[in-house]
Design a protein around this ligand. Structure first.
Ligand SMILES: NC(=O)c1ccc[n+]([C@@H]2O[C@H](COP(=O)([O-])OP(=O)(O)OC[C@H]3O[C@@H](n4cnc5c(N)ncnc54)[C@H](OP(=O)(O)O)[C@@H]3O)[C@@H](O)[C@H]2O)c1
Length: 243
C-alpha cells in the first residue's frame, strides 16, 4: 500500500507508542485521526507534529469502555476524512490484577477497552474498506499472550482475544483488507517501572528493551512493506519469548 494521502485512525495516540506511530505515518504522507481519552494536551501536541509534516490531523475524544462513544469515534473519523484506509487499535488498559483480588469491574473494563472496542471499531470501519477494496488493520497485542502473567490475567486474556480477532478478521475481510497484529515485548515500560529497565533488558536475548522505533518499523512493514501478509502476529520483543 502506498501511504501517501492515506487516512488513518490511531487509538490512544496522544502519548507513547500511539504518538510515535502517528508522527511516523504523517512523515510517510498519511492524514491522521488522533484518538485520546484523558491525554488531551498530548493529543493536541501529536496533532501539531502531524501538521508539521504537512498532513491533516483531527483530535477525537472517546472513552473506549463505552460502546456508544466507540461508535461516535468511528462516525466522526468517517465524517472528517470520508473514509478510513488504516485502523490502528493501539489504546489499551494495563494494570496489575492479582488473580485472587481481581474484581468483576477490572475484568469488564479491561475487556471492554482492550477487546470490545477494537472489535467494534473494525466492524464500523471495515464496510467502507471493503467497498473501496483496500484497507489495513493493525492491532497491538502483547507477547504475554504466549506466557500469560499471573498478576495481569485479564490484560493477557484481552490481548489473546486481540490475536483471535486478528486471525478471524483476516479471514472475514479477505481478500482486499489485510489484518495483522504486532506483539511487542517491553518497548516503553509503564512509567512506574522506570527503574527496572536493566532487569527487563536481561529478560531478552538481545539484552535490551525495545524502542518505539522498533514498533514503527514493524508497522511500516505491515502497512507498506508487503500486501501479501495477513492474519499474522509480528512479535517484536528482542527474543524475550524464547527465554
Ligand atoms: N509499551 C510497551 O512496552 C508495550 C508492550 C507490549 C504491548 N504494548 C501494547 O501496545 C499498545 C501501546 O502501548 P503503550 O504503552 O503506548 O500504551 P499506554 O500508554 O499504556 O496506553 C495507550 C493509551 O490507551 C488509552 N486508553 C486507556 N484506557 C482508555 C479508555 N477507557 N478509553 C480510551 N482510551 C484509553 C490512553 O489514552 P489517554 O492517555 O488519552 O487516556 C493511553 O494513553 C497497547 O495496546 C499495549 O498493550 C505495549
Amino acid at each position: 500500500m502506498r501511504l501517501q494521502d492515506k487516512t488513518v485512525l490511531i487509538t490512544g495516540a496522544g502519548v507513547r507508542l500511539g504518538r510515535a506511530m502517528s508522527v511516523a505515518l504523517a512523515q510517510r504522507g498519511c492524514h491522521v485521526a488522533i484518538h485520546y481519552r484523558l491525554s488531551k494536551r498530548e493529543a493536541q501536541e501529536t496533532a501539531g507534529r502531524v501538521r508539521q509534516s504537512g498532513r491533516e490531523a483531527v483530535v477525537l475524544r472517546a472513552d473506549l469502555s463505552k460502546p456508544e462513544q466507540v461508535q461516535t469515534l468511528a462516525e466522526r473519523s468517517l465524517e472528517y476524512f470520508g473514509h478510513v484506509d488504516i485502523l490502528i487499535n493501539n489504546a489499551a488498559l494495563f494494570y496489575a490484577t492479582p488473580f485472587l483480588h481481581a474484581g468483576e469491574e477490572d475484568w469488564n473494563t479491561i475487556m471492554d477497552v482492550n477487546l470490545r472496542a477494537p472489535f467494534l471499531l473494525c466492524q464500523k470501519l471495515a464496510p467502507k474498506m471493503l467497498e473501496r477494496r483496500e484497507g489495513k488493520i493493525v492491532n497491538l497485542a502483547d507477547i504475554s499472550v504466549w506466557k500469560p502473567w499471573a498478576d495481569y490475567l485479564p490484560y493477557c486474556i484481552s490481548k489473546a482475544g486481540v490475536v483471535a480477532l486478528t486471525l478471524g478478521l483476516a479471514r472475514a475481510l479477505a481478500p482486499h483488507v489485510q489484518v495483522n497484529a504486532i506483539a511487542p515485548g517491553t518497548v516503553l515500560p509503564p512509567i512506574d517501572e522506570g527503574e527496572n529497565i536493566e532487569a527487563l533488558a536481561r529478560q531478552t536475548l538481545l539484552q535490551r528493551i525495545g524502542s518505539p522505533e522498533d514498533i514503527v518499523a514493524a508497522l511500516l512493514f505491515l502497512l507498506e512493506g508487503s500486501d501479501f501478509v495477513t492474519g499474522q502476529v509480528l512479535t517484536v520483543d528482542g527474543g524475550r519469548v524464547l527465554l
